[in-house]
Design a protein around this ligand. Structure first.
Ligand code: PLP
Length: 375
């Protein structure tokens, strides 16, 4: 199988596996004060220090969670309290469904911020919304999971700060693939996820800016994480998370971009349209629409040829609904006809060659099925 669905979950990096296995032998609970507990705590605090520094924050401002979804939920719960919610139209469901719930408890509705044809949020509209209304929490992802489009977060953060709004950034897909630095971006919080950067599934983090408001827990529990997130943490998984983040490099991303470009170029020559082309995008991601052919038919045809890709977000696989991201970009019927190809950190030329071969065969077959044969 050629696995080209990294945005759903990256393969485990060897560095992460090694750290995970080593830390699994740490027997204690990191909250215990005896020696075993302290050993487990060391793993945890080393990981916290490493992750916080890597992503432009302070260790004391990093709250471990079970993954990206919980990090987003915690941000909505804690930073959104008493604020109007403004959410970009292309956010992941972790934010979209959470925003729906949070706005209900806030007694208001989340306002949707539109995007242009390449998937970039309309900052002119954001400024109007911020100028005219009460204090807001704005949710704008750093890179989109379907198209890879990268948002102008620093500009959005400057606007938010000018108007007294908070900005939460879902950096789940960007982390490990492009540089992510909370301080440089100027946002108030950042969501991260271990399995999206080659760590084990089961850990994520919310990294706060030093001037973010205090965070009331979503899960109070035993007061772990300075009372901001209760529950015993999976020390070994977190050690793997930190090791995976350390293993990511700009050079590897640049190499991946060359492979992605080759796959994209070939697919275009067989009739694919690249969604989000023209915008800055993640190096590993391409969203390829084949006019007239349903996305799930493409995913199945490629699967039979040994290629794993997806039709939009993994969380919505099984649904045949058109992508809300591509719909927001104004792509109309193409929103139900695009597949996401996302190269993992260990993708090779052989993977791309296999994809290109399978894509060409699929394009010939599925498209000829669309054209009625002459009698
Ligand atoms: N945010 C984005 C942009 C994602 O792509 C995903 C997962 O696909 C999530 C959040 C949820 O992350 P997790 O799977 O760690 O809960």
């Amino acid at each position: 199988m050629h696995y080209l669905d990294a945005n759903a979950s990256e393969p485990l990096r060897p560095e992460a596996r090694a750290a995970l296995l080593q830390a699994l032998d740490a027997t204690g609970n990191p909250s215990s004060i005896h020696r075993s507990g302290r050993a487990a705590r060391r793993w945890l605090e080393d990981a916290r220090e490493s992750l916080a520094r890597r992503f432009g924050g302070r260790p004391e401002d990093l709250i471990f969670t079970s993954g990206g979804t919980e990090a987003d939920a915690l941000a909505l719960h804690a930073l959104g309290a008493g604020r109007r919610l403004i959410v970009s139209a292309i956010e992941h469901d972790a934010i979209r469904s959470g925003a729906g719930t949070a706005s209900v408890t806030n007694g208001g509705h989340a306002v949707v911020l539109p995007v242009d044809a390449t998937g970039i949020a309309d900052l002119g509209q954001l400024e109007i919304l911020l100028r005219d209304g009460p204090p807001a929490l704005v949710c704008l992802m750093l890179a989109n999971n379907e198209t890879g489009t990268i948002q102008p977060i620093a500009e959005a953060a400057a606007l938010c700060r000018h108007h007294g709004a908070l900005l939460h950034v879902d950096a789940v897909q960007a982390a490990g693939r492009i540089q992510v630095d909370l301080a440089a971006l100027g946002a108030h919080s950042l969501a991260l996820s271990s399995h999206k950067l080659g760590g084990p599934t089961g850990a994520g983090a919310l990294l706060l800016a030093p001037d973010a408001p205090p965070i009331p827990a979503l899960i109070a529990g035993g007061g772990q994480e300075r009372g901001r997130r209760g529950g015993t943490l999976p020390v070994a998984v977190i050690a793997g998370f930190a090791a995976a983040a350390e293993a990511c490099s700009p050079q590897a991303s640049a190499d991946l971009a060359k492979l992605r470009d080759a796959a994209e170029w070939a697919a275009q020559s067989y009739g694919a349209r690249v969604c989000g082309a023209g915008a800055a995008r993640l190096p590993n991601t391409t969203s390829l629409a084949m006019p007239g052919v349903r996305a799930d038919a493409q995913v199945m045809a490629l699967d039979l040829a040994g290629i794993a890709v997806s039709a939009g977000a993994a969380c919505s696989s099984g649904k045949v609904a058109a992508s809300h991201v591509l719909t927001a970009m104004g792509l109309g019927a193409l929103a139900g006809q695009a597949i996401r190809v996302s190269l993992p950190w260990n993708a090779t030329h052989a993977d791309v060659d296999a994809f290109v071969f399978a894509y060409q065969r699929m394009a010939d077959r599925l498209r000829s099925a669309l054209v009625p044969h002459a009698a």
